[in-house]
Design a protein around this ligand. Structure first.
Ligand code: NDP
Ligand code: GDP
Length: 326
């Protein structure tokens, strides 16, 4: 039985990845940072019905000693480093913490693997945000980076450290440059989930408007369930490498709102208000990924359309709010 260690196990991707690995017969260990909300922290794992099947280990990306201990104890075959301060907007409010967790935290994890399990395969959660002020209209592994937020700067450090540890120490370390991916388990502060949650509340008479920032921003949105499959495929290759994971279709926040409101028979224009509070000091206007390499080398294919993704999210938020109302 293969053993996988997943950091960020309580997040969106950690939950879907754990589900995938358990389905493939892995023993899954999730790193849990100490929290005062221990009774609800595994909500996403519970949503997928797998909470009891993941073995939790106590640690924090900021504490190298905890990572060394965990890697020694777990003896993983595969390590997926998904933990991060992952919200771009917060990275301007907490720029140094974002650097410590998202950048140096990945360095800590690489060190723990190099020192205690150098034969383990390592996955780093890199991000399309690294392209930022895009240097090419369609971004591939060869496109130069131009980060536009403290989050993206931190991810760039982690990305290059992963490549450096591969080249310096021969680690089987791969980096997935994943474009935005969403699901009913997406954090509520991200724009898709903020929209689908608001659509559900408006439909049920619990809210009357939705305040957003730059609704002309465009993203290449896919489903998290499809994207964690690409992570796993990367670690099954003989050679470690870097891969863009994207759908190849970009859509504005405005059109994503249209899809979400249409699903419940409402017109988004009547409810969406632009509020400057949600604008960012520097914006990533548009992202569009070229995942040819992942498709040809890994045989990966995104199965879910944006319309199906958004409808699934709206339906899940409707169900959540109906349940709360009962
Ligand atoms: P989430 O924000 O849902 O999850 C982040 C996870 O990191 C949580 O489990 C959180 O724990 C954990 N974490 C935060 N700080 C620490 C710390 N100091 N020590 C240990 N764990 C910590 O992110 P996603 O699941 O959406 O994304 C997974 C990864 O992929 C992230 O690195 C993200 O930046 C990256 N990424 C995501 C994309 C997306 O569109 N979703 C696109 C490209 C990259 P807790 O529950 O305790 O807060
Ligand atoms: P990001 O790509 O990781 O920053 O993912 P987000 O979902 O947070 O944001 C995607 C895009 O939506 C960005 O260009 C935001 O500026 C834009 N956006 C517009 N209004 C909002 C909002 O109210 N909240 C968030 N999170 N993003 C918004």
């Amino acid at each position: 039985m293969k053993r996988a260690l997943v950091t960020g196990v309580t997040g969106q991707d950690g939950a879907y990845l754990s589900q995938l690995l358990l389905g493939k017969g892995y023993e899954v260990f999730g790193m849990l940072r100490r929290s005062s909300s221990g009774d609800v922290i595994d909500e996403r794992l519970r949503w997928l019905g797998i909470a009891g099947q993941v073995t939790m280990v106590d640690g924090n990306l900021l504490d190298l000693s905890s990572l060394l201990r965990i890697v020694q104890e777990v003896r993983p075959d595969e390590v997926y480093n998904l933990a991060a301060q992952s919200f771009v907007k917060s990275s301007w409010n907490q720029p140094l913490l974002t650097g410590q967790v998202t950048a140096l935290g990945a360095g800590n994890m690489l060190e723990a693997v190099r020192l205690t399990a150098p034969n383990a395969r390592f996955y780093q959660a890199s991000s399309s945000e690294m392209y930022g002020l895009i240097q090419e209209p369609i971004q591939s592994e060869k496109t130069p980076f131009y980060p536009r937020s403290p989050y993206a700067v931190a991810k760039l450090y982690a990305h290059w450290m992963t490549i450096n540890y591969r080249e310096s120490f021969g680690l089987h370390a791969s980096s997935g440059i994943l474009f935005n991916h969403e699901s009913p388990l997406r954090g509520i502060e991200f724009v898709t989930r903020k929209v689908t949650d608001a659509v559900a509340r408006i439909k049920l008479g619990l809210a009357s408007e939705l305040k957003l920032g730059n609704i002309d921003a465009k993203r290449d949105w896919g489903h998290a369930r499809d994207y964690v499959h690409a992570m796993w495929l990367m670690l099954q290759q003989d050679k470690p490498d870097d891969y863009v994971v994207a759908t190849g279709r970009t859509t504005s926040v405005r059109d994503m709102c249209r899809i979400a409101f249409d699903h419940v028979g409402l017109n988004y224009e009547e409810f969406v208000k632009v509020d400057a509070a949600y604008l960012r000091p520097a914006e990533v206007d548009i992202l569009l990924g070229d995942s040819t390499k992942a498709r040809t080398t890994l045989g990966w294919d995104p199965a879910t359309s944006l319309e199906d993704l958004i409808r699934e999210m709206v339906d899940a938020d409707l169900a959540r709010h109906r349940k709360r109302a009962r």
